[in-house]
Design a protein around this ligand. Structure first.
Ligand code: CA
Ligand code: CA
Length: 306
């Protein structure tokens, strides 16, 4: 009787007990090659699917899975000179003065109309001590010349005309949510006329970033840039209100009320930190009548009282 009770208890306790202590438990055998079902109470494992490429991924990257958490992005670097900040003979590779570094805002200045850029780009701590920065730019890419912009990002213009990402301090900047491909590159500055590359530029997400060069005179449209001498071209200064045209309103509504002021001011057309008569005479006056050649460059409604 006792022997039967022991055997019955072993059967109730399962195979491990039946085999006695110290013996390994063989793994359960599942028929075929299907994965084992999840134990009771545990969620089933997710199905294994092959990686998929995002739409528009260029050839040459077969089998590359999406990069989480940024599934697609493009990098772009620039060669751009602002007419206002340009100065010859600065030495080294510098083309522009960096007087505004002393008063540069820690966050980009393009949040308000007409740019209405929603990004939160901000200076990395101590960045201005490590780089020669001229000013903030707003760099945009668009798939067609007529627009609209696919994405924009505020970044820093360096004295040599190249671009610097304010957060990573890498050359160029990275625009998220953009599938690698060919894009027109639009460069905007708060008191210069926007300009765009004459043709699309092939942009990817690798370093070094592709360069959009607007210093050679090649740009979209007619007379989009101004000559600086020495074979260099730059963005046209004196669109102080950023509406895409250099006209009397830039003088009367922006420069004049700010005249005599110091700091980071849109009426400071030569970017030396002061709003003076030479901003008006040397940069606004000769540029009156110039218009950006970027289609749909400005979203600013023209006020009736201008
Ligand atoms: Ca204007
Ligand atoms: Ca000035």
């Amino acid at each position: 009787m006792t022997r039967w009770l022991v055997l019955l208890a072993a059967l109730v306790a399962g195979p491990a007990a039946a085999q006695g202590p110290g013996l390994p438990v063989p793994p359960p055998q599942w028929p075929g090659t299907d994965p084992a079902p999840a134990p009771p109470g545990l969620p089933a494992p997710p199905p294994q699917v092959p990686p998929t490429l995002p739409p528009g991924t260029p050839p040459g990257l077969p089998g590359t899975p999406p990069q989480a958490p940024s599934p697609s992005a493009v990098r772009v670097d620039l060669r751009v000179i602002l007419q206002g900040a340009y100065a010859a003979g600065l030495g080294g590779s510098a083309h522009m003065r960096t007087d505004l570094a002393a008063v540069l805002p820690a966050t980009h200045p393009y949040g308000a109309a007409p740019w209405s850029h929603a990004g939160a780009e901000a200076l990395a701590d101590g960045l201005l001590e490590r780089h020669d920065v001229v000013d903030w730019l707003l760099v945009c890419v668009r798939a067609t010349a007529a627009g609209p912009d696919t994405a924009c990002r505020a970044a820093l213009l360096r004295a040599d005309g190249s671009l610097l990402d304010a957060a990573t301090e890498q050359s160029g900047t990275r625009l998220g949510g953009v599938t690698p491909g060919a894009y027109f590159v639009v460069v905007r500055h708060r008191n210069h006329l926007a300009a765009m590359t004459a043709a699309p530029v092939a942009l990817g997400d690798a370093l070094p970033a592709a360069v959009a060069d607007l210093t050679t005179g090649a740009a979209f449209g007619t007379n989009a840039l101004t000559t600086l001498g020495g074979g260099l071209f730059g963005l046209v200064a004196a669109d102080a209100d950023g509406d895409g045209v250099v006209d009397v309103s830039d003088r009367t509504t922006v420069w004049r009320p700010l005249a005599g002021g110091e700091g980071y001011l849109s009426g400071d057309l030569d970017l030396d930190g002061r709003v003076l008569a030479d901003d008006r005479q040397r940069l606004w006056l000769p540029n009156v009548g110039r218009t950006t050649q970027v289609p749909d460059a400005s979203l600013a409604p023209v006020a009736a009282d201008r």
